[in-house]
Design a protein around this ligand. Structure first.
Ligand SMILES: N[C@@H](CCC(=O)N[C@@H](CS)C(=O)NCC(=O)O)C(=O)O
Length: 192
């Protein structure tokens, strides 16, 4: 049985739960405290003290995007993570662009919002990142043109983006992707 060390509100864990729900794979949650709920020195299975962490019969894996890739391969789901080099590179391209351009710009906005005010420079950096990222996306509500692990990555990490002072209507492809992904029953199941 797959065991997932996670926390309900962890967006990086939501990505993984979304994919597990899409694939209909059985798994077991190991509730793992995040941040202030963690005891000092308690880093769990992740060397950084992060969730999610996957334990597949003793094979322990960290990093949510690595976990997405591993799970799709484990289940032989070439439709979600293609084997052919070009198809696979397209999925990786969108996941990497999300991590290196969007995710790094998103965190300061989330932190500012939690603290009561988003610094204008952080808002501008995120807008710049989203401007480019939107151009990379297929316009049909998915990242690459067909549902893939890239959509789990993007929609999962952005699960709560509509709670931020970010006008997603400016980036229609991303807006549509988030609307379509969060509307899936499997995504809603992954929020729990
Ligand atoms: N690069 C890691 C980042 C994981 C991460 O940042 N997880 C957050 C929750 S979404 C966390 O565990 N933060 C530590 C904490 O809040 O104690 C991944 O993609 O899995």
């Amino acid at each position: 049985m797959l065991r997932l060390y996670d926390a309900p509100l962890s967006t990086n864990a939501i990505k993984v739960r979304f994919l597990l729900a899409e694939m209909g794979v059985a798994w077991q949650r190991v509730p793992t405290p995040m941040g202030s709920q963690r005891a000092p020195g308690d880093t769990g299975l992740s060397p950084f003290g992060f969730v999610p962490v996957l334990d597949d019969d003793g094979f322990v894996l960290t990093e949510s995007n690595t976990i997405l890739r591993y799970l799709a391969d484990r289940e032989g789901r070439d439709d979600l993570y293609p084997r052919d080099p070009r198809g696979r590179a397209r999925v990786d391209e969108r996941m990497d662009a999300f991590v290196f351009s969007v995710r790094s710009a998103l965190s300061p906005v989330e932190q500012g919002h939690r603290a009561g005010a988003v610094p204008p420079a952080a808002a501008a950096a995120l807008a710049d990142a989203l401007e480019g990222f939107d151009r990379l996306l297929a316009g049909n509500g998915t990242a690459t043109g067909a549902f893939s692990i890239a959509d789990c990555c993007i929609a999962g990490r952005m699960a709560f983006v509509r709670e931020l002072p970010v006008d997603l209507a400016r980036w229609p492809r991303l807006d549509r992707l988030i609307t379509e992904m969060t509307g899936r029953a499997t995504f809603q199941a992954a929020l729990r």
